[in-house]
Design a protein around this ligand. Structure first.
Ligand code: ADP
Ligand code: MG
Length: 211
């Protein structure tokens, strides 16, 4: 993974968030307050604006800028959570302009660990963690059996989508949706949906098919 691809990942994510904002807010309307798409779109628009203002010079600086911008610009729970994800990736990537596949996987893991420390979500709580955790497990197991980063991220993306779909039958135990208790069952979690889009965007740019 290098600085150019990392930048392309964030740009691709901003595009898919814009394309999916309505759907993310509709999902949030069912079990929350209908703003997840609005929150994420506001955040990613600010991230791209910050890129235009000053292009980060290395991988750590890029992730730090993305994370701080998300924390600052997103009001909902998802801003600090995604912000923490990128802020925690920064030191793990370091201030070079490329890292090994294994080190990129470790940086993603550090990001998800940060989400857990911040939000205390466990598997099955019906949150973004339920898409991110299986994605990282799939990436680790693909890389340890010798797969390329592109193939590992493709496997991670498939696992994230499966994890997202599995949130439909879960009872929410974190965030706003938890206020609904059993009534949260039957709806896919919006944050798990945006998290699956994040991993899909990484798979897309790593596969060389970025537009
Ligand atoms: P808000 O809930 O403040 O309106 P958003 O609608 O932007 O914020 O984000 C909601 C999403 O945030 C949920 O779908 C869930 O995936 C995620 N989320 C909420 N609380 C937590 C938490 N404690 N840990 C992990 N993810 C969480
Ligand atoms: Mg919301």
């Amino acid at each position: 993974m290098d600085l150019t691809t990392l930048t392309e990942w964030i740009r691709e994510y901003a595009r898919v968030i814009a394309d999916n904002a309505q759907n993310l807010s509709d999902l949030d309307a069912a079990i929350g307050d209908a703003d997840h798409g609005i929150n994420m779109e506001r955040g990613m628009t600010a991230v791209i604006a910050a890129f235009e203002e000053s292009a980060p010079a290395d991988m750590a600086a890029l992730c730090k800028q993305v994370g701080m911008t998300l924390v600052k610009s997103v009001g909902g729970a998802s801003g600090p959570l995604y912000g923490t994800f990128f802020l925690r990736m920064a030191p793990a990537l370091g201030s070079g302009d490329a890292v090994s596949d294994a080190d990129f996987a470790k940086a993603l893991r550090a990001g998800v660990d940060g989400v857990v420390q911040r939000g205390r979500a466990e598997a099955g709580d019906k949150t973004m963690f339920d898409a991110l955790a299986p994605a990282l497990d799939a990436l680790d197991s693909a890389l340890s059996s010798g797969a390329s980063l592109a193939d590992g991220l493709a496997a991670a993306s498939a696992a994230a989508e499966k994890g997202r779909d599995a949130t439909e039958s879960m009872v929410a135990r974190k965030g706003r949706a938890s206020y609904l208790g059993q009534r949260s069952v039957g709806h896919v979690d919006p944050g798990a949906t945006s998290a699956a889009l994040l991993i899909a965007a990484a798979a897309k740019v790593a596969g060389g098919s970025a537009t």
